[in-house]
Design a protein around this ligand. Sequence first.
Ligand SMILES: [Zn+2]
Length: 153
Amino acid sequence: MSPPEPLPFDVRPSPIQGLGAFAIRPMPAGTRIIEYAGERLTPAQADARYPDVAGARHHTFLFAIDDDVVVDASVNGNEARFLNHSCAPNCDVVVDEKRLWIEALHDIEVGEELVYDYAFVLEERHTPAAKRRYPCACGAITCRGTILARKRG
Ligand SMILES: [Zn+2]
C-alpha cells in the first residue's frame, strides 16, 4: 500500500474565524482537494443529535448530501472540516457517488485560505434575525453578512 498523499494545505489560525485551511502548494481549478468525511446520518438522526434551538449558534459540521444522507464531520471527520465559509469562495463541494469532495473552483496559490460557500438553508424563512444568528465575517467585498444561502421568501 502506498502512503496517503500529503494534504495540500496546512491548518492554522484564520482571520475569518478559528482555524482555517491554507494552501501549501498551488492547485489548478478543478483539483479534488480532500473528501469531506464524517459519520453518515439520516436527516432524522442528525436532527436528533442536534436539535435546532432557537437563538442558538449553529453547528457547521453537518453537510447534507441529498434528502437521505447527512455527513457529520464532528464524528470521524478529517481536515476538511477546517475549511471556513466565504461569500467569495475559491472551493466548492461536489457530490460524487454519494460522497462529498472539496474541489478548487479556480486556480489557488500557495498561502490562500481554502474557503467555500456554506450556503446553509434553514427550514424557516431567512429573515434578518435568522441571518444575524448565522453571521459571516469573511471580509469579501461581496460579503452578504450571513452564511445562509440566498433564498426566495
Ligand atoms: Zn461573507
